[in-house]
Design a protein around this ligand. Structure first.
Ligand code: AMP
Length: 146
């Protein structure tokens, strides 16, 4: 069985490079399409959901900046070809699952820091995405920052 459509979740940091590279290698060997997705967590979420001020202007700036970053991030990967770039507001797990379902993806690729002990209790995006995923999930091990 080969993969047809791969969704690559990126936080737009350089650390994500091995995640994209691994996903693109898989896409090439499977003849699959590969899309990138970056999730913007709404500011209100970061402040605990209840903020007594209008954040719409700040959110628009946050969106515009993320859009520019996603475009220049994607430019580094010629192999992405006609794969799409998705920018979505929300909670990473929920939005990545929903997008994978909508696009009919059969593999989600994320980075994993291989946390353990207390850090594991704080949770990771890879763990989060794995639970209840609508398709296979590949967690690419990321090196610890030295
Ligand atoms: P973390 O557990 O938050 O350190 O993130 C590990 C991996 O989850 C990253 O390498 C990305 O693959 C993915 N990820 C984290 N944050 C986001 C985000 N905002 N949008 C899309 N993917 C993300």
């Amino acid at each position: 069985m080969s993969y047809q459509h791969i969704l690559i979740a990126v936080d737009l940091t350089d650390e994500c490079h091995p995640v994209v590279q691994r996903a693109l290698d898989l896409a090439a060997s499977n003849g699959a399409k590969a899309d990138l997705v970056h999730i913007i967590e709404p500011m209100a979420m970061a402040f605990g959901g209840d903020v007594p001020m209008d954040l719409s202007l700040l959110q628009q700036q946050q969106f515009d900046q993320a859009k520019e970053r996603l475009v220049s991030f994607a430019e580094r990967y010629e192999q992405l070809g006609s794969g799409q770039r998705h920018l979505v507001y929300g909670q990473p797990r929920q939005e990545i699952h929903q997008l994978a379902t909508e696009l009919g993806c059969d593999l989600i690729v994320v980075g994993s820091h291989g946390r353990h002990g207390l850090a594991l209790l704080l949770g990771s995006t890879a763990n989060d995405v794995l639970h209840g995923a609508p398709c296979d999930v590949l967690a690419v091990r990321l090196k610890k920052p030295s």
